[in-house]
Ligand binder design. Structure first.
Ligand SMILES: Cc1cc2nc3c(=O)[nH]c(=O)nc-3n(C[C@H](O)[C@H](O)[C@H](O)COP(=O)(O)OP(=O)(O)OC[C@H]3O[C@@H](n4cnc5c(N)ncnc54)[C@H](O)[C@@H]3O)c2cc1C
Length: 465
């Protein structure tokens, strides 16, 4: 191989790029990470995961005090307008982002990763041209090139986006005033998360989506629980409805739909999918082609048809999660340098940070039924635990699915507070051969929501006879 400037060049400083760069640095490789934005961290840190979760936490805490009847006790500190509240929440969010960015910067620098500002594109399969913010051009080469350029919100031409009233998932998180009302176009993860968060901030929400059901791939009865919660929050849900027109009127947005409905609101968010950040990379110059939708074909190691070029994170397509991007970062470095890679045996967990939050691992009941699998569902309610009562998380519940014959754990589905944390107990049990008896006999801290695993496991075993 010709002598190159770097062993590895990574394009993009999101979770995928960061983990690839650090994994390569850990095994003594010379690594550079290229980022076109003035701030590091990608969508995950700067415009998506962390900002949305930080704002969600503020909305959640506000609603929780109200739900627990503590409003009177806290009346002094709660004498704050919605506008002031949002400003405080934005300040907290910005502080979190700044702190996380400096942790990331430290981490990269401590590991000797060179940070290269600028936008990268291919010259050939080992060489990149980088144009920095001052339009200065440089060329760098590497044995391996990792594409971790992520994705951005889909913005169809006929939607009149203006970052003020007609928003996407990036611009909505930068709003400085709480909208009066919000039409949410879409019924996926980002749409549902934002809908519940803004509903708890007092915004009148209408969801319009062409699918039959929100989050259709989730367990049906968990979704019907979520839908009930959303209706309790006064969210109007219009499913199986196609949007035919979005009009940006004076001080309002009007949406016309295929079933002759008209929805009017002060603001609108269009949350219907994301597109890959691929155009600027000039991938043809390295011998690659994207498929019809802009995604690049890769093998199980995220390696493209050009051996030294790898694709990770959102650019690699679904599931488009930060955790997956991080893991792929480690996989590609192990593959590139023939290192041993310890793959987790556990299935991938999924969390949706609606309020209440949802999380699952493994199969849904519908999937098991389609496979003619003989299973038993065991249920536990958060309200049955002392911790559930103490924290006021009365509506949450946990369901485990057990193979009737082997007692293997086939799936865990949770709705309620800390679902995204609780799921990892089931995930590890599933990955390492745990049986439902292990969950039933395990000793859990008291009082905890984790005790729900014991109750749900016992419920399964009691249904055996
Ligand atoms: C509102 C929202 C909420 C989300 N919530 C969650 C959540 O709760 N949990 C979760 O797991 N995931 C969540 N996600 C998804 C998560 O943010 C992404 O899956 C993750 O950020 C993908 O990481 P990545 O490394 O592929 O790229 P990204 O984080 O998208 O970063 C890509 C980086 O590459 C840079 N770049 C692009 N092209 C070039 C170029 N040519 N040259 C140089 N630099 C370039 C970009 O500027 C960017 O900084 C959320 C997303 C959104 C939008």
């Amino acid at each position: 191989m010709a002598k190159h400037n770097y062993d590895v060049l990574v394009i993009g400083s999101g979770p995928g790029g960061k983990h690839a760069a650090i994994a390569a640095a850990h095994i003594g490789k010379k690594v550079g990470i290229i980022e076109r934005k003035p701030k590091l961290g990608g969508v995950s840190l700067q415009t998506g995961t962390i900002p949305s979760k930080a704002l969600r936490e503020a909305a959640f805490l506000k609603s929780r005090f109200a739900a627990k009847g503590m409003r009177r006790a806290l009346v002094g500190s709660l004498k704050i307008s919605n506008r002031e509240f949002l400003q405080e929440a934005i300040l907290t969010k910005d502080n979190i982002i700044d702190k996380q960015e400096s942790v990331l910067l430290n981490h990269l620098m401590r590991n000797g990763v060179s940070i290269i500002p600028g936008e990268a594109k291919f010259v050939d399969s080992h060489t990149l041209e980088i144009i920095d913010l001052n339009n200065k051009t440089d060329q760098l080469s590497a044995d391996f090139i990792i594409l971790a350029t992520g994705s951005r919100p889909r913005r169809p031409k006929d939607v009149p986006f203006d970052k003020k009233r007609v928003l996407d998932s990036t611009s909505i998180l930068k709003l400085e005033r709480i909208p009066e009302s919000l039409v949410v176009i879409g019924g996926g993860v980002i749409a549902c998360e934002l809908a519940t968060m803004f509903a708890l901030l007092g915004v009148k929400i209408t969801i319009v989506d062409s699918h039959k059901q929100l989050l259709a791939y989730l367990d049906e009865d968990i979704i019907s629980n979520l839908t009930e919660h959303m209706k309790d929050m006064d969210i109007d849900i219009h499913m199986s409805t196609d949007v035919t027109e979005i009009i940006h009127a004076h001080n309002s947005v009007i949406v016309n739909s295929s079933d002759n409905h008209q929805f009017k609101s002060s603001h609108l968010i269009y949350a219907m999918g994301r597109v890959p950040n691929i155009e600027k990379l000039c991938i043809n110059a390295c011998g690659l082609n994207d498929n019809d939708n802009g995604w690049i074909k890769t093998n199980e190691y995220c390696q493209t048809e050009v051996e030294n070029v790898f694709v990770i994170g959102d650019l690699a397509g679904k599931p488009s999660l930060a955790a997956t991007a991080m893991e792929q970062g480690r996989i590609v470095i192990a593959k590139a340098f023939n290192q041993e890679y310890q793959q987790s045996k556990s299935p991938l967990p999924m969390a949706i940070y609606t309020i209440p939050e949802l999380s699952y691992v493994g199969a849904t009941e519908k999937e098991l039924q389609a496979q003619n699998c003989d299973y038993i569902a065991g249920h536990a309610r958060f309200a049955e635990t002392a911790r559930g009562q103490i924290i006021g998380a009365k509506k949450g519940r946990l369901k485990i699915l057990m193979d009737r014959k082997s007692h293997d754990l086939l799936g865990v589905h949770i709705i309620g507070e800390t679902a995204s944390e609780l799921i990892h107990i089931g995930q590890i049990a599933m990955g390492y051969g745990g049986k439902v008896e292990h969950l039933a006999s395990n000793v859990y801290n008291y009082p905890t929501l984790a005790e729900c695993y014991k109750s749900a496991a016992l419920d399964c075993l009691n249904k055996l006879s």
